[in-house]
Design a protein around this ligand. Structure first.
Ligand code: NAP
Length: 290
């Protein structure tokens, strides 16, 4: 099965190419080869490559920068997804698309279900929600996988930032009042390939919106403590830095972060038998990769 993978140079895109199972021809396109914000380029590329499935891992992911550059965020995260959806529908193929916990406000205190109303608080989340809406409106067979707190060997992420800071400082403050689910890029790629395999075998999927993330939920503070513990054990850090629990108010950012980003993954587990991934195990694999 020929699968077009957009955003191939990103954290998840990279893992999608690396983990492509036998029987799939993964055609990866980085942003330089295919700009999804360019409607004509998307139409021409899809027409030329004739994929049987599109997996969209391309996105404008600079959450804070999106606040001062909203046009670009909307162009990629909403319009880019619409271009892919239209091109896929013309060819009669489905789209698997990745979205985010940032479509929610973060005011909840129980894990978010797919039926909960989205209410993004910033440009990034709003533009990603716009992409979800465009996808469903323009493509009759699509699946949205919302995920959160992505980390991997490739690209920039919290794990790499903590490793750098842990080498530079004896002590550091990490936000303890935001909770979410760290998710390895590789586990997202595996879930997407599992969905692609189910589609290939059955000729269909239970189309719709699903949540997929790592488990269990934790705070950034707890995530940092575990990163330092494992990194020290693996010899990546000479010492375990002291981690101080700080409040969101002590670490202001241009975009408001959801205090609660915990996603309930039971719908995906029930419909497709894809369980949440244990992020502590995945963290070990990523640290060894780094
Ligand atoms: N990172 C997270 O914590 C997180 C959390 C929840 C959900 N997600 C979602 O997960 C998905 C994958 O994210 P990620 O962590 O892999 O992000 P990433 O590492 O930033 O990768 C995104 C990729 O998209 C590419 N891209 C940007 N604009 C593009 C365009 N106009 N056309 C084609 N490609 C373009 C980027 O290329 P350039 O670098 O060349 O611009 C980059 O390679 C995204 O849908 C994201 O919204 C991420």
């Amino acid at each position: 099965m020929r699968v077009l993978i957009t955003g191939a140079g990103g954290q998840v895109g990279h893992e999608l190419l690396r983990l492509a199972p036998e029987g799939f021809e993964a055609m990866g396109m980085g942003s330089a080869e295919l700009d999804i914000a360019d409607a004509a380029q998307v139409a021409a590329t899809v027409e030329r490559l004739q994929p049987q499935l599109i997996i969209n891992a391309a996105a404008y992911t600079a959450v804070d920068k999106a606040e001062s550059e909203p046009e670009r965020a909307w162009a990629v995260n909403r319009d880019g997804v619409a271009h892919l959806a239209i091109a896929a529908e013309r060819l009669g193929i489905p789209v698997l698309h990745i979205s985010t916990d940032y479509v929610f406000s973060g005011d909840a205190r129980t894990p978010y279900r797919e039926s909960d109303p989205p209410r993004p608080t910033g440009v990034y989340g709003a533009s990603k929600l716009g992409g979800e809406v465009e996808l469903v409106a323009n493509c009759s067979r699509s699946l949205v996988l919302r995920t959160s707190w992505v980390f991997g060997v490739h690209g920039n992420n919290f794990v790499k930032t903590m490793l750098r800071l842990g080498r530079e400082h004896e002590e550091l403050g990490v936000v303890a009042d935001q909770h979410g689910c760290p998710t390895s890029a590789a586990s997202i790629a595996r879930a997407l390939w599992q969905l692609a395999a189910q589609y290939r075998e059955q000729g269909t999927l239970p189309w719709g919106t699903y949540h997929f993330s790592g488990a269990p939920a934790c705070s950034w503070y707890e995530f940092a403590v575990e990163i330092f513990r494992q990194a020290h054990e693996l010899g990546l850090l000479p010492h375990v830095p002291q981690v101080r629990a700080i409040a969101t108010a002590d670490y202001p950012t241009p975009a408001r972060r959801p205090a609660w980003s915990v996603l309930d993954g039971s719908k995906l587990q029930d419909a497709c038998r894809i369980p949440a991934s244990d992020w502590k195990i995945d963290l070990g694999t990523v640290l060894k990769g780094i």
